[in-house]
Design a protein around this ligand. Sequence first.
Ligand SMILES: Nc1ncnc2c1ncn2[C@@H]1O[C@H](COP(=O)(O)OP(=O)(O)O)[C@@H](O)[C@H]1O
Ligand SMILES: Nc1ncnc2c1ncn2[C@@H]1O[C@H](COP(=O)(O)OP(=O)(O)O)[C@@H](O)[C@H]1O
Ligand code: SF4
Ligand SMILES: [Mg+2]
Ligand SMILES: [Mg+2]
Lengths: 269, 269
Amino acid sequence: GRTAVVVYGKGGIGKSTVAVHLSAAWAERGLRVLHVGCDPKMDSTLRLTGVEERPCVVDFIEDRTLRQREPADLIVRGPTGVDTIETGGPEPGVGCAGRGVASLLDWMDLKRVRTWPYDVVLFDVLGDLVCGGFVAPVRYGVAQRVVIVASAEPMALFAANNISRVVLRHVADDVRLAGIVFNVKEPDDRVRAALDAFAARLGVHVLAHIPWSRAVRDAEQANRTAIEHDPSGEAAEQFRALAAALREPLPPDLGAPTPLDRRELLSFI
Amino acid sequence: GRTAVVVYGKGGIGKSTVAVHLSAAWAERGLRVLHVGCDPKMDSTLRLTGVEERPCVVDFIEDRTLRQREPADLIVRGPTGVDTIETGGPEPGVGCAGRGVASLLDWMDLKRVRTWPYDVVLFDVLGDLVCGGFVAPVRYGVAQRVVIVASAEPMALFAANNISRVVLRHVADDVRLAGIVFNVKEPDDRVRAALDAFAARLGVHVLAHIPWSRAVRDAEQANRTAIEHDPSGEAAEQFRALAAALREPLPPDLGAPTPLDRRELLSFI
Ligand SMILES: Nc1ncnc2c1ncn2[C@@H]1O[C@H](COP(=O)(O)OP(=O)(O)O)[C@@H](O)[C@H]1O
Ligand SMILES: Nc1ncnc2c1ncn2[C@@H]1O[C@H](COP(=O)(O)OP(=O)(O)O)[C@@H](O)[C@H]1O
Ligand code: SF4
Ligand SMILES: [Mg+2]
Ligand SMILES: [Mg+2]
């Protein structure tokens, strides 16, 4: 069947890095993937397409033509075979940065993109402020599986807690928190143990500890993922394993997250 | 005359740390200060009041009584004599995190708080997403002087560039970018030179390079600022100097910022 994954996390934490490697790993196995970047930075799909200038949803909101646009106007297919969309972001200070995400989901319904033959639909969403607009993928129930990307940075854990709260509110809509990916520059046993303790307290499964790698960095310079750039390397293998795990059925005993209150969180981080 | 300062920067960068030390330094000199925290984290005023649980604007938006509230319902005065307000934040995932800020400004107009005898009004505002709500202090023209807090982290520079774009759009409303404060954990000459080069390219004055200090950290544990906790220390002196500089008239030749476009910014950071 079809898998819908929403990757959340604070800005700069490695959401897009994890997301593009998942999409590339699924495409490598012959799956049809739609990868949707929902960060005003608009740099989620670059490593899948190699294309710097591309159309985005906000362009068509601003020229008021979004409803008439066909999927071909929005979707750019990359050399990896992954179809990509970017929501883009308005000029800073004008309007609502989150509206692009909600408008895109309405457009996907209108064009019945959700009935198109994708095996996986992945949303890569900014999680600093989980306000109305950025929560849309969860509210619309497209988020069967939410994946949080975090590190040991206090604000990353703060964002992870907020995202867990949002998931908790939508458990009745079949939204599940599949787990957390720790993407840490220089992990050591002490950091790893502290992050595992945080995940346990939050009631979230640890999907992977991914150390920063040179292969990912070098691939990024060439606007590619490590899956193409260094296919037999350790990073590529780790992302393949994560991609496979996210296609497995969710464990029946997967519980709901147990977010921390403000006071406990501030003392934890 | 009266000074209005808005401190912006990405989450976790040290906005509140800089802001509370400015407010405490101004209060120490006998100035009447109104310090307004505009971050859903709601931890801006803690070191000025020592009070963990306090009223916030969003409470009164949710119970629909904001218009009837008097300043005494919202303002908590701390031991340093600084008056404080917190906008607070809605439950993550519900509504608009930025609306608290815009609603507060409307309320301040309604209650004519802007005519109250404050020498300095400071807003401490989250700058990750400079969407409509969080830009309100600039749009309402209360931001004579915008101060950006940043570091060498890519997302901090990304946010600084976005904030500069917002200021540029409001230069006609007498909004000025007073400068940037670099708050860096372990500064060295190489980092300092790179940050100075970024500020020069952005057309922004460097107000201070503030190294992280033990005095600030220790004071924070006691819910105080370094001004009371270690009054003759280096950190306290540095913040006093910054506070005094922000009360000086703006240099007549202070130009408008020159934000970088996306491509140049991505190559810079
Ligand atoms: N596992 C990793 N290995 C190497 N570099 C990484 C890794 N994860 C993140 N990075 C670096 O961090 C930067 C930010 O990551 P990105 O995925 O763009 O964050 P986000 O999408 O959360 O804003 C990238 O430019 C990348 O170079
Ligand atoms: N100059 C500094 N010296 C010591 N610690 C600092 C300094 N600046 C920031 N910090 C630490 O960083 C953390 C985040 O700073 P904060 O001011 O709360 O950020 P923001 O308001 O931007 O979210 C604080 O808890 C504080 O301990
Ligand atoms: S909904 Fe979110 S992105 Fe939109 S204006 Fe409010 S805080 Fe900003
Ligand atoms: Mg990204
Ligand atoms: Mg703060």
